[in-house]
Design a protein around this ligand. Structure first.
Ligand SMILES: [Mg+2]
Length: 252
């Protein structure tokens, strides 16, 4: 995986930008730096201003694992599209009421295991369309994973489990994932190509489905298995990336 700012990466980026792509971004760890408490995550002001300027010339989307109502006030700009819950919550294509209800059985199971989970440092976040079992605060992550696996054993086949950074997520299996969401937003924006930037295991579903019209960029090179096309070293490089895209769109 090469750095996006390598000569080869910049050539590919320029070719994509000429095609007026949809620009789609994950939030945590991508637009917003990872902070010790998720409540404090925000898009840095200079990045928000670049996104605001870019959104005047290209369609911009944020596809996050957070709820839409949670992520929107943290952006500092209003993108054309915001999709939450890992693709399952799309205000432009109202999600099925059936999906959150499908999680009810697991909600009951989690309530019964509440003491064992909290004792292992696992925090359960109910985001309506998905459940997140966080173990960032766990004193022993291996014990926390064991407790999580005990609760998720024999998981309803109508549900889908996937990992993230110190979190296990569960959604309704029928709900769209981030890759489905990216494809749907491209169609809605009438864009023939897309740039997608993400940093986490739950963005790999997009990277895995990449094709010649999707340019996939991963923030961080800590996963040698990542299927992204290019990488950035850290989210602080987002401002430089956005400025480059803007200069490609608006040459002096
Ligand atoms: Mg992320």
């Amino acid at each position: 995986m090469r750095h996006l700012f390598s000569p080869g990466g910049l050539r590919v980026l320029a070719a994509f930008v000429r095609d007026d792509p949809l620009l789609a971004f994950d939030f945590d760890g991508t637009l917003a730096p990872i902070v010790s408490h998720p409540d404090h995550a925000r898009v840095p002001e200079p990045v928000a201003r670049e996104l605001e300027r870019l959104s005047l010339v290209l369609p911009v989307a944020v596809i996050s694992g957070r709820r839409v109502a949670d992520v929107l006030p943290r952006l500092g700009f209003v993108p054309r599209f915001v999709v939450g819950n890992h693709g399952a919550e799309d205000p432009g294509d109202p999600p099925s009421e059936h999906w959150p209800r499908r999680l009810d059985g697991l909600r009951e199971r989690l309530a019964r295991a509440a003491r064992a989970l909290s004792g292992a440092g696992v925090w359960v976040e109910d985001k309506g369309h998905s459940l997140a079992l966080h173990y960032r605060q766990a004193p022993d992550p291996l014990v926390a994973i064991d407790r999580i696996n005990e609760v998720l054993i024999d998981l309803d086949p109508g549900l889908r489990r996937f990992g993230g950074k110190l979190v296990v997520n569960v959604v309704c299996a029928e709900a769209p994932d981030k890759a489905d969401s990216l494809a749907a937003l491209m169609a809605r924006a009438d864009a023939h190509s897309a740039l997608f930037v993400g940093d986490d295991l739950n963005d790999e579903v997009v990277f895995a489905r990449r094709h010649r019209h999707w340019l996939c960029v991963r923030v961080g090179r800590d996963d040698p298995q990542s299927q992204a096309d290019f990488f950035l070293d850290r989210s602080s490089e987002m401002r430089a990336l956005l400025a480059r895209i803007r200069r490609l769109k608006e040459p002096d």
